[in-house]
Design a protein around this ligand. Structure first.
Ligand SMILES: Cc1cc2nc3c(=O)[nH]c(=O)nc-3n(C[C@H](O)[C@H](O)[C@H](O)COP(=O)(O)O)c2cc1C
Length: 182
């Protein structure tokens, strides 16, 4: 049976690396796994006082998130943490607590950087929130991609080599993780 994973991006810049990496991972997914982006860029900033008149963007996001089986986070690091846009989506999805869209959904996290650190800080800040939200996160392989530009060719395709092989293994492991229920 086909499973669906939400692709949640930490940056949605049209020509950004996050989008390129997200697209590449979606293409590497095994045939029984559909990876589809769920938009987080238009979500009004979370504020509890807005709950009684739920903004339509929040309602759209929450409904789309409830319909997926799993979560694939792809994020850069902003100041050693996750971009505010992604944290905002997490907060919106977590509320109200009894209707959290996150609980029990198997997840995987891929972080990257143009520099050398691979977004390790962002990756683990994200994992910290996911522990609290009862999201079982794939442990291995861990994905911290440094020097992200080296992974892609001029046509924005993944170059053959160890980086691509790691990402193939990652998507296979994610698929098995979802099948197990996380
Ligand atoms: C506000 C801001 C903070 C950043 N902080 C970090 C950081 O802490 N560590 C890091 O490796 N890169 C940092 N960067 C660089 C981003 O990783 C880089 O711009 C990345 O390509 C953003 O993803 P995008 O290309 O999809 O937009 C930062 C960028 C911005 C705009």
């Amino acid at each position: 049976m086909t499973k669906t994973a939400a692709l949640l991006l930490g940056s949605t810049r049209a020509s950004g690396w996050t989008r390129k990496l997200g697209r590449a991972l979606a293409l590497l997914a095994p045939p029984d796994l559909e990876v589809r982006e769920i938009v987080v860029a238009d979500l009004p900033l979370y504020h509890e006082e807005l709950e009684p008149r739920e903004p339509p963007e929040w309602a759209r996001f929450r409904a789309e998130m409830r319909a997926v089986d799993a979560l694939l986070f792809v994020t850069p690091e902003y100041n050693r943490s996750i971009p505010a846009m992604l944290k905002n989506a997490i907060d919106i999805g977590s509320s109200p607590e009894e209707h959290s869209v996150w609980s029990g959904k198997p997840a995987a996290v891929a972080s990257f950087s143009p520099g050398m650190l691979g977004g390790f800080g962002a990756n683990h800040h994200l994992r910290q929130a996911l522990v609290f939200l009862d999201v079982p996160v794939l442990q291995q392989p861990e994905i911290y991609l440094s020097q992200i530009d080296r992974l892609f060719d001029e046509e924005e395709r993944l170059r053959d080599g160890p980086g691509k092989e790691l990402l193939v293994t990652f998507m296979q492991a994610f698929d098995s993780w979802i099948a197990l229920g996380g």
